[in-house]
Design a protein around this ligand. Structure first.
Ligand code: CTP
Ligand code: MG
Length: 384
């Protein structure tokens, strides 16, 4: 599919809130972060994927927004609630728009990559897609008297972010039904439409308080006190003598290549990344975290190990800045599936920035002789 034949996407950015909890004396979307207003960060991130951008501005502040963006953005006057603002923005959609992302000016630093991943799911046939994060706190329902009424199973809970993506007709129908919800997926769920959940990202945090603004600042400007750490990891496995052994590499199944021997699925790229992340965080290594003696990890997929590694890092207070992995071997040929591999690894790491490369070794060593495959990874992480 060429880009021009892809369905057109609009991004709606509700920005009509007053920002009461931030406590600045101007609307939150206009508050400055590293030299430009929050809304400008949000617009810059979604512009590469949007045919149309619609901002719902606070009544009386429309001109501030047109001054910032000129004709490149459609400005509407927002409503009394976020839902009302989104509904007003929907009425300004151009006729040829087929997909709509609904964002928040308050999630100013959500990346272009996150918006792209939401759109990719819509293009794959989903009708509603939301990014979400694992929950690290245990969540309880508390009754009016201040006693615990219920404790939720944390494993099943997710904290939801934006941009949320929808097929236009589905979102319009949801808003036409007239309900009010803190997120648009909530309205779509009421229609009985399945909502697909994908990995969110740390930098899509919602800027609500001054503390959040300070956290957002640290994503853009690493300060002297920012604790940034690098780690390196490698892994190698021999090709199996068993022709039925599946080949898992970089989170993907490679049908045309015999797999490698190993305790787990033998995904050297995933394992090297886990090792690099553990090393960066000084949390041991793959073996000390997922020992071969632990039956829980026998046959574990690379994806499972990446997810678990990311969870352990987050619990220790770290976020991933980026991960880079190089695969060394004669086969499989990575180039045709490089983007797919990058996306799979990124998804397993909660939307982290991941790059994937590959090389052969000119016939030298066990990789050059076609006896096996190896990978080397680096990771950069930051303590928050
Ligand atoms: N929003 C909106 N219209 C409203 C209320 C909120 O477009 N009537 C937008 C906000 O501008 C923000 C997003 O919805 O981008 C999420 O709302 P929130 O983070 O609560 O922002 P504010 O309402 O501005 O903040 P506060 O609740 O602290 O006043
Ligand atoms: Mg609000």
């Amino acid at each position: 599919m060429t880009r021009s034949s892809l369905p057109k996407t609009a991004v709606i950015i509700p920005a009509a809130g007053s920002g009461e909890r931030l406590g600045a004396n101007l609307p939150k979307a206009l508050v400055q972060l590293v030299g430009r207003p929050l809304i400008s960060h949000a617009v810059a991130a979604v512009s590469p994927v949007a045919s149309q951008i619609i901002i719902a501005a606070p009544a009386g502040h429309e001109k501030n927004f047109t001054d910032l963006f000129g004709d490149s953005v459609t400005i509407v006057t927002g409503g009394a609630t976020r839902s009302a603002s989104v509904k007003l923005a929907l009425s300004a959609l151009e006729s040829d728009i087929e997909l709509v992302l609904v964002h928040d000016a308050a999630r100013s630093l959500a990346s272009t990559d996150l918006a792209s991943r939401v759109i990719a799911e819509l293009l794959a046939g989903e009708k509603a897609v939301i990014p979400a994060m694992l929950v690290t706190d245990t969540i309880k329902k508390v009754d009016k008297k201040g006693y615990v009424a219920k404790t939720y199973d944390r494993e099943k809970l997710r904290a939801v972010q934006t941009p949320q993506g929808f097929v236009r007709s589905v979102l319009e129908k949801a808003h036409a039904a007239g309900g009010d919800a803190t997120d648009d997926a909530g309205l779509v769920e009421e229609l009985g439409v399945d909502v697909k959940v994908i990995a969110g990202e740390d930098r899509a945090l919602k800027i609500t308080t001054q503390q959040d603004l300070a956290d957002a600042h640290r994503f853009l400007v690493p300060s002297e006190t920012t604790d940034i750490r690098a780690g390196v990891g490698t892994d190698a496995h021999a090709f199996s003598a068993d022709p039925s052994r599946p080949m898992w590499l970089a989170g993907l199944l490679w049908l045309d290549v015999v797999g490698v021997d190993g305790h787990s699925d033998g995904d050297v790229a995933a394992h090297a990344i886990c090792d690099a992340l553990f090393a960066a965080a000084s949390l041991g290594d793959l073996g000390s975290n997922f020992g071969t003696s632990d039956p829980k990890y026998a046959g574990a997929s690379g994806e499972t190990l990446l997810r678990e590694t990311h969870q352990r890092l987050r619990l220790a207070g770290f976020s991933i800045m980026n991960v880079s992995v190089q695969i060394v071997g004669n086969k499989p040929k990575l180039s045709a599936r490089r983007e797919e591999a990058r996306a799979a690894l990124s998804e397993a790491l909660g939307g982290a920035v991941v790059s994937v490369s590959a090389t052969t070794t000119d016939g030298l060593g066990f990789t050059g002789e076609g006896k096996g495959i190896s990978a080397i990874a680096t990771a950069l992480i930051v303590r928050r």
